[in-house]
Ligand binder design. Structure first.
Ligand code: CA
Length: 357
C-alpha cells in the first residue's frame, strides 16, 4: 500500500472510531488518465515545457491519481483544434491561448491580451481579483470547457522584419504573421495579417512568404532561430503587452473528479501561471544579450508616430469587438474599468518607479 493511501485509510479509520461517519466515496486507489493537447510544438521552450510542467505537477500533487500525458501540436490534433478537442472530450485538458479561438468565440480574445492594454501583472490581477475569471468561465460554459490562467508571456517584442519600419506608410502592404486583435489593427493600417502556428514561422519568413512575424520575446525567438530569417528586431510588443496562456479543462471530466483533485488541478494551473511568467522574465534577459552580442541582431524601436497610429487603430478595433454582442460588451466593460483603475495606481507606483530607479 502506498504511503499516502495508508495515511488516508488510517485517518478515515479514526474518524469512524470516534463516531463520525466516513465520507461515502474514496477514490484513493483509482487512477485517472488524462490527455493534454497543446497549441505548441512539443517541448517548445517555456510554452511547451510549461504545459509539461503543469501535467507533471498534477500527476505529482495527486500522487499519481491523475496521470496527464501531454501532446504537442499536431500529435493528436492540430494546434488550432485544441479547444474543440477539449470541448468534445477527445482530450480532458488543453494548453494554448484564448485568442486562437476567435473564429469560434470572438470575445475570448479579451482573455488573451488587448493591444495597448494591460500588462501581465495587471491582467492576472483582473482575472484573479477583478472579476475577469468569472466572465471567462461564463464565456466557455456553453462549450463544456473550464478555463484557467496558466502562464503569461509578459510584454512581447514587436517582431522580426525584413523591411524597415520608419513611418506609418511602411506598414502598407506588409505581410505579417500576427494573430488576434493586433492582426486586425495591422489590417487597418494597410497590412496583411496572417495567422500561422509557431512551427511554420521560420520557413515562411525565410522563404519570403511573409515579410515579418511576431512570436513572443527574445528567449522563444532565439530558440526558433528567427534571427537567421529576418534582418530587424523591433520593440515594443504593443499588440501583446502581457498575453495570458490558458489551461482548458473538459467540464464533464473535471466534475467527475473528487473535490480534492479538483482543487489540485486548479491550483496547479495557478502555480504554472506564476512560474511561466517569471521564467520568461528571467530568460528573456540573457537571450536578448545573446541576440545582440553573439548574433549582432539589429534591434530597433518602432517610431513614435507608428505607435501612435497603431494605438488609435487599436482603440477602434477593441471598441468594435466590445459592441459586437452583449457578452463582449460585458467583458469589455469589466476589463476597461479595471484597466483605468489599475493605470491610475500604476502611474504613481510601478511606472514612476521604473522612471526613477
Ligand atoms: Ca505573440
Amino acid at each position: 500500500m502506498k504511503r499516502r493511501d495508508f495515511i488516508k485509510t488510517a485517518s478515515l479509520g479514526s474518524l469512524t472510531a470516534s463516531g463520525i461517519a466516513a465520507p461515502a466515496v474514496v477514490h484513493a486507489g483509482k487512477k485517472i488518465k488524462w490527455k493534454m493537447v497543446t497549441t505548441w510544438p512539443k517541448n517548445f521552450p517555456v510554452l511547451g515545457t510549461g504545459a509539461n510542467q503543469l501535467a507533471k505537477l498534477i500527476t505529482e500533487m495527486t500522487d499519481g491519481r491523475i496521470k496527464v500525458k501531454v501532446y504537442g501540436a499536431g500529435e493528436l490534433v492540430p494546434a488550432f483544434e485544441v479547444f474543440d478537442a477539449v470541448s468534445r472530450g477527445t482530450a480532458q485538458m488543453g494548453h494554448g491561448s484564448a485568442y486562437y479561438w476567435k473564429g469560434k468565440i470572438e470575445e475570448a480574445q479579451f482573455f488573451s491580451t488587448v493591444p495597448f492594454g494591460m500588462n501581465s501583472q495587471e491582467m492576472t490581477s483582473w482575472l484573479y481579483h477583478g472579476g475577469g475569471m468569472e466572465l471567462w468561465e461564463q464565456t466557455y460554459m456553453p462549450f463544456g470547457v473550464i478555463p484557467a490562467a496558466a502562464g503569461n508571456t509578459t510584454v512581447q517584442m514587436a517582431g522580426w522584419f525584413n523591411k524597415q519600419i520608419n513611418s506609418v506608410d511602411d506598414l502598407k502592404g506588409l505581410k505579417m504573421r500576427i494573430p488576434g486583435l493586433g492582426g486586425e489593427v495591422l489590417k487597418r493600417a494597410g497590412g496583411t495579417p496572417v495567422n500561422l502556428p509557431g512551427g511554420e514561422l521560420f520557413t515562411s519568413l525565410k522563404t519570403g512568404a511573409i515579410d515579418a512575424t511576431e512570436w513572443v520575446g527574445p528567449y522563444n525567438d532565439l530558440a526558433f532561430g528567427l534571427h537567421k530569417a529576418a534582418k530587424y528586431y523591433y520593440y515594443p510588443g504593443w499588440h501583446e503587452p502581457g498575453t495570458t496562456l490558458e489551461a482548458i479543462i473538459n467540464r464533464e471530466a473535471f466534475e467527475k473528479l473528487p473535490k480534492d483533485l479538483q482543487v489540485i488541478v486548479k491550483n496547479a494551473c495557478k502555480v504554472v501561471n506564476q512560474d511561466m511568467s517569471t521564467e520568461f522574465t528571467a530568460k528573456n534577459n540573457s537571450a536578448l544579450e545573446t541576440l545582440i552580442n553573439k548574433h549582432h541582431v539589429d534591434l530597433r524601436r518602432l517610431p513614435d508616430d507608428v505607435l501612435a497610429k497603431l494605438k488609435g487603430l487599436s482603440e477602434e478595433v477593441v471598441l468594435e469587438l466590445a459592441n459586437k454582442n452583449p457578452a463582449a460588451k460585458k467583458i469589455y466593460q469589466s476589463y476597461d474599468k479595471f484597466r483605468r483603475q489599475v493605470t491610475a495606481w500604476h502611474d504613481i507606483s510601478e511606472k514612476i518607479y521604473f522612471d526613477v530607479r
